[in-house]
Design a protein around this ligand. Structure first.
Ligand code: GDP
Ligand code: MG
Length: 162
């Protein structure tokens, strides 16, 4: 089975934009995947000849009461289903309390997690990443999902063990 990549993060960080780029569609076909639910969107793609499945956790509205509820449901389910978690944050918005709460969960989870700083187009990558080292999830990776900056390189690296 393809390695499964879950896109996790608070609303508006660019998860769906990255999903669409990784699946090269605006509304991916739903992949044939066990335990499929309507609230998570599944797609497939390929980089360097390696196929992958990607999950967009589009249904976190941000209106949930507290982090437990926000992380409950589909976000946790997507993390469970994934081999790799791309935890996305927003370079323009900077560090946010919701980011910290999600990071706390991911740090104790056993899944391989990459900290992905999106929206670094038109800004120095080091400055874009600087807020996020404190999350304790290793080296932040700067991308711009909308423009494709560093996206292929990141995916190749993420998939290198597969
Ligand atoms: P989601 O809620 O995490 O799925 O976020 P979306 O993918 O819906 O994106 C939220 C907003 O951020 C949209 O207006 C996107 O156009 C914008 N956005 C996404 N990626 C980028 C990026 O790389 N650069 C910039 N400047 N904006 C982006
Ligand atoms: Mg979305």
């Amino acid at each position: 089975m393809n390695p499964v990549i879950a896109l996790v993060g608070r609303p508006n960080v660019g998860k769906s934009t990255l999903f669409n780029r990784l699946t090269k569609t605006r509304d991916a076909l739903v992949a044939d995947f066990p335990g499929l639910t309507r609230d998570r969107k599944y797609g497939t793609g390929k980089v360097g000849g390696k196929p992958y499945t990607v999950i967009d956790t589009g249904g976190i509205s941000g209106d949930e009461e507290g982090i437990d509820l926000m992380m409950a449901g589909q976000s946790l389910a997507a993390i469970d289903e994934a081999d790799i978690v791309l935890f996305m944050v927003d370079a323009r918005a900077g560090l946010n309390m919701a980011d910290e709460a999600i990071a706390n969960h991911l740090r104790v989870n056993q899944k391989k997690t990459w900290l992905v700083v999106n929206k670094t187009d038109g800004m120095d990558e080091e400055i874009g990443k600087s807020d996020f080292w404190t999350l304790g999830l290793g080296d932040p990776r700067a991308i711009a999902a909308e423009h494709g900056r560093n996206v292929t390189t990141l995916l190749e690296e993420v998939l290198s063990p597969y």
